[in-house]
Ligand binder design. Structure first.
Ligand SMILES: Cc1cc2nc3c(=O)[nH]c(=O)nc-3n(C[C@H](O)[C@H](O)[C@H](O)COP(=O)(O)OP(=O)(O)OC[C@H]3O[C@@H](n4cnc5c(N)ncnc54)[C@H](O)[C@@H]3O)c2cc1C
Length: 394
């Protein structure tokens, strides 16, 4: 039986493990945490609509269901030339027939970032955000700022959707409690038109939402630093904030930096359409793949690192590895599947957002959208545990 080492137990790594097991590979999955975290539905942890455990799946349960080997340990060092992988415990993993890198992205480090929390950071931060919002609710009033930053070196690493979602959900929570008027909610971003990649129609609709919900906007000024009571901008102007939720843009995973793997300017691993890592030197290994947020996506300006793209890449890699081992070359590419697809929740409804080369849609789904997204969260959990059948491609 051929062996595959997968590093990372997120959307990309888990999907690769599931599909490689279907082709009967001997799969070892290394993950720094012992659970799979359903990031898209974690937006409800801070507003107490979901418990932390609701958005986690125990990797040991997944291991039993799908039959892969699980190593809960953190990757500390990669030596690409030797194709060897050193873990925190000191264990060195090498000599696998194929290696799939799926460790996600690291985050850009802004000055004073410790004065903020991110819904896209370590999963535990969702609980800290919840506690910060609870404390302000207890106090009875406050100023809360929600924002996201950009990475000029790789625009696909910007993640704004969850910031909008958490803002709208917080608005909804405060309204339900009858204390919304005591709070000032502000959305801030360094770009002049945050969310533009969703299309111009979506941008106009967001402006309408902000107006209607009395959310202040602070756009187009670079962020200089975060302080414990404010955000400082490039012109030294200050935005007062009792609590700041800020999603820093992604950049290459820290472990990749000294690895000898080829990267783009932002540190994401360079791959071809089949997700094979592309080295200039022909002496380097040909059996390393990179999928999901850790990889440098090629394509249109609006492209974005998303979970469904990570899963397409994972299924393609499982297929491509099998093809290669069978001496076939009907490889699958990820680029034709690039699109932006999300149901952006607002607490009492949602908007369906879709963008590809031909279309840019934003369709309001009052009420039903909220429950659709909740339903997807349940589907994600149950289908990954094989308790219900998978809908192909979802
Ligand atoms: C709040 C939020 C909402 C989102 N909503 C949507 C949505 O609606 N639709 C959508 O398509 N996408 C959405 N996304 C994006 C989507 O979640 C990501 O694109 C997706 O998680 C990427 O999967 P990944 O496996 O590449 O990376 P990750 O999910 O980040 O997984 C990386 C894995 O690697 C592990 N790891 C990291 N470093 C190491 C190490 N050194 N050693 C061992 N293991 C390591 C981590 O523990 C983790 O298990 C959302 C993201 C967030 C944060």
């Amino acid at each position: 039986m051929k062996t595959v080492l997968i590093i990372g137990g997120g959307f990309a790594g888990l999907e690769a493990a599931i599909f490689l097991r279907k082709s009967n590979y001997d799969v070892t999955l290394v993950s720094e945490r012992d659970y799979f975290f359903i990031y898209p539905t974690s937006i409800w942890i801070p507003t107490r609509e979901q418990e932390f455990s609701d958005v986690c799946i125990d990797l040991k349960k997944l291991q039993k269901v799908h039959g892969f080997k699980l190593v809960v340990d953190a990757l500390q060092k990669i030596d690409a030339k030797e194709n060897s992988y050193t873990l925190n415990s000191g264990a060195v993993l090498k000599d696998y027939d194929h290696v799939v890198l799926a460790m996600g992205a690291s985050k850009m480090k802004h000055k004073g970032i410790k004065n903020t929390l991110s819904i896209c950071g370590a999963p535990e931060q969702s609980l800290q955000i919840r506690d910060s919002i609870d404390a302000l609710i207890e106090k009875g009033s406050g100023k809360i700022c929600f924002g996201f930053g950009g990475n000029p070196k790789d625009t696909s690493a910007v993640r704004g959707g969850p910031a909008f979602e958490l803002l709208f959900n917080t608005h909804h929570l405060l309204k339900k409690k009858g204390i919304r008027d005591n709070f000032e909610l502000t959305f801030f971003a360094p770009m002049p038109e945050p969310g533009k990649r969703m299309g111009t129609k979506a941008l106009k609709m967001m402006a309408v939402f902000f107006e209607k919900l009395d959310i202040k906007q602070h756009f187009g000024k670079k962020i200089k630093a975060f302080e414990n009571d404010s955000i400082i901008f490039e012109d030294d102007s200050k935005l007062a904030s009792d609590f700041t939720m800020f999603i820093a843009a992604g950049n290459g995973h820290d472990v990749v930096k000294e690895s000898g793997l080829p990267t783009n300017e932002a540190g994401f691993i360079k791959i071809n359409d089949h997700c094979n890592v592309v080295f200039d030197d022909p002496q380097m290994p040909t059996n390393i793949y990179a999928i999901g947020d850790v990889a440098a996506l090629q394509g249109a300006d609006w492209r974005a690192k998303q979970g469904h793209v990570a899963e397409v890449m994972a299924r393609n890699v499982a297929f491509n590895i099998d093809q290669k081992d069978k001496g076939l070359s009907l490889f699958k590419g990820y680029q034709e599947h690039l699109n932006i697809l999300c149901v952006m929740d607002s607490g009492n409804g949602a908007s369906f957002i879709y963008r590809d080369d031909k279309r840019a849609l934003m369709v309001p789904l009052p009420f039903i959208g909220h429950w659709l997204k909740k339903g997807w969260g349940k589907y994600c959990k149950l289908s990954k545990l094989n308790k219900i059948p998978r809908i192909p491609g979802i």
